[in-house]
Write a protein that binds this ligand. Structure first.
Ligand code: GLN
Length: 291
């Protein structure tokens, strides 16, 4: 179990958000209350991503994501108050980590993982992740090959990933870092006429492919681009707070605000400031049986 948090809305103090509330993400590192048998405390590091404003007037410029990570417990790092406390952002993704048994405890294993304007966190575990993700990669390539055949393109343009060796680009030897290699590939392939037209499609395709090979996989994903947030629930907790002008997603509510709503299992959440939609994920038959 890890715990993660996403925010979109008016500029907010990055450090303040991490310590906000009596049951802040900071506190959830040592007293999480909804662990669902996925660990005890989240003391194997943490990370925070925020977005710097794009240069005004530069056509096509997007807010650039940047991050801070440390493999030590969050409560040992004065940078949370002293550095992150100085920063403001219109969006934040933060995570505290409980390393899955057998996975390394190092800075590069800590979410958020980033690429271009994307930031990503995974709360969960993929059993037998090396074999599973090689099989998932083959499935995703097949989806693209089929779509390409339908569009009557040449077979060479069909592959999403040239080879399973792309998984070696994972920043760390963990399920989450390798999963990010696949998700960022899908995000880079977003196109109006392809099999992935939106981040929602990318998450749906990826989750269904993993569950097809490993039913019951814990896959609470959190994705942001500085403007919007997306999340999935698969066997872990998630709550959403929709306020007038901001939205927060968090593994556990950080305070007693009555607007917190708990998200059911197997949902896809899409959030913008003050707005959130929750739709059921399309699941492979094996996962439907299990749930
Ligand atoms: N399996 C991931 C890791 O080891 C996430 C762990 C978790 O959610 N506890 O980093």
């Amino acid at each position: 179990m890890c715990r993660h948090l996403g925010y979109v809305g008016p500029p907010v103090g990055v450090g303040e958000l991490v310590v906000r509330g009596p049951h802040s993400l900071y506190a959830q590192s040592w007293v999480p209350t909804d662990m669902r048998a996925g660990g005890t405390i989240n003391a194997d590091g943490f990370g925070v991503a925020w977005w710097r404003r794009a240069d005004v007037g530069v056509e096509g410029a997007r807010d650039a994501v940047t991050r801070y990570r440390n493999h030590a417990p969050i409560w040992t790092d004065p940078a949370v108050a002293e550095v992150l406390g100085q920063l403001e952002s219109r969006s934040v993704i933060a995570a505290v980590r409980s390393a899955t048994v057998g996975m390394p405890v190092e800075r590069s294993a800590c979410a958020p993982f980033t690429d271009e304007h994307w930031a990503f966190s995974h709360n969960g575990v993929i059993p037998d992740w090396r074999t599973t993700l090689v099989a998932v990669l083959a499935d995703l390539n097949e989806v693209f090959a089929t779509a390409s055949r339908d569009l009557d393109e040449s077979p060479s343009s069909a592959m999403l990933f040239d080879s399973p060796a792309v998984l070696l680009q994972a920043e760390s030897l963990t399920d989450s870092a390798a999963l990010w290699v696949l998700l960022r590939g899908l995000l880079r392939a977003i196109a109006p006429a392809g099999p992935v037209t939106s981040p929602d499609d990318a998450l749906q395709l990826l989750v269904a492919a993993v569950l097809r090979h490993q039913p019951g996989t814990r896959l609470n994903l959190l994705l942001g681009n500085g403007i919007q947030l997306w999340a999935t629930t698969c066997w872990h907790a998630l709550s959403v707070l929709v306020a007038d002008d901001y939205t927060v997603l968090c593994s556990e509510p950080y305070d007693a605000d009555p607007r917190w709503q708990s998200v059911d299992d197997h949902q896809l959440v899409a959030a913008t400031p003050g707005h959130c939609t929750i739709t059921a994920l399309e699941l492979p038959a094996t996962e439907r049986v299990r749930s």
